[in-house]
Design a protein. Sequence first.
Length: 172
Amino acid sequence: MQDDLFSAVDLELPSRPERVLMSLEPESYGLVWQGRKRHEFRRDYPTGRPTAWYVYLNAPVAKLAAVIDLDAPVVDTPRRIADLAEEACEGNGASVYDYLCDLDFGFAIPIRRVREYPGFTAEELAGRLGAFHPPEGYTFVGAHPRLGCVCDSLTADTVARELVVQHPASVS
């Protein structure tokens, strides 16, 4: 009798990061490309693992345009998260604190890599999905097969530009 192919070996297969769809203001997206935004700050986010953020740029752009690879979030008090925001971009800490101050903890999600694609307009998304409303929080792509197909189509296209985001050693 032959042993099972996998019984003797503990395989750790690479897993695809959880894919999420989130909206972003075009101004904030520009700050990423300028190197002035190295974290995404959220009031709620899945913890413990990296994610692939499919970026829908809000109006006036109104387009699914990029994928941002995110590390596992830093979960901490609003004050500490605001301090991270201030370290990354002077003057940003106060607005992040105001955004999170009513919570026990917030999320600072390190941005690692950005890939921009030609993308899909809101009208194209509505045509492919039947209806499309930009998410207010985050949406798990895996829970919506048609959205997953759209995201696969996005990343099958040619990358228009790419950026690897550097973080100081003390800040993730």
